[in-house]
Design a protein around this ligand. Structure first.
Ligand code: ZN
Length: 85
């Protein structure tokens, strides 16, 4: 028996065996290039990371790092016209 991993676009449900194809599909729905989509994902995960740091260690330094991560995420989203869902 053989198994295949299928990638699915979270926006339109398109399926492909190629990770790159689906990554391009998801980026295109947001009007982003694949590189920009990866940058956005990195900013989102940084914001999430620093948010969880604040929840365990809440001080001036961790709050500043969290604020900074949020500001970078928001300015990226504004620059690319991405609205929050
Ligand atoms: Zn799609």
């Amino acid at each position: 028996m053989e198994m295949y991993q299928v990638y699915v676009c979270e926006c339109c449900g398109k399926e492909s065996l190629s990770h790159d194809t689906i990554e391009e599909c998801e980026a295109s729905h947001m009007g982003l290039t694949v590189a920009e989509k990866r940058a956005w994902d990195a900013l989102k995960s940084a914001a999430k990371h620093f948010g969880s740091v604040v929840s365990t260690t809440n001080n001036e330094r961790t709050r500043a790092a969290y604020d900074n991560a949020i500001k970078r995420l928001i300015s990226f989203e504004q620059l690319h016209g991405i609205s929050k869902n």
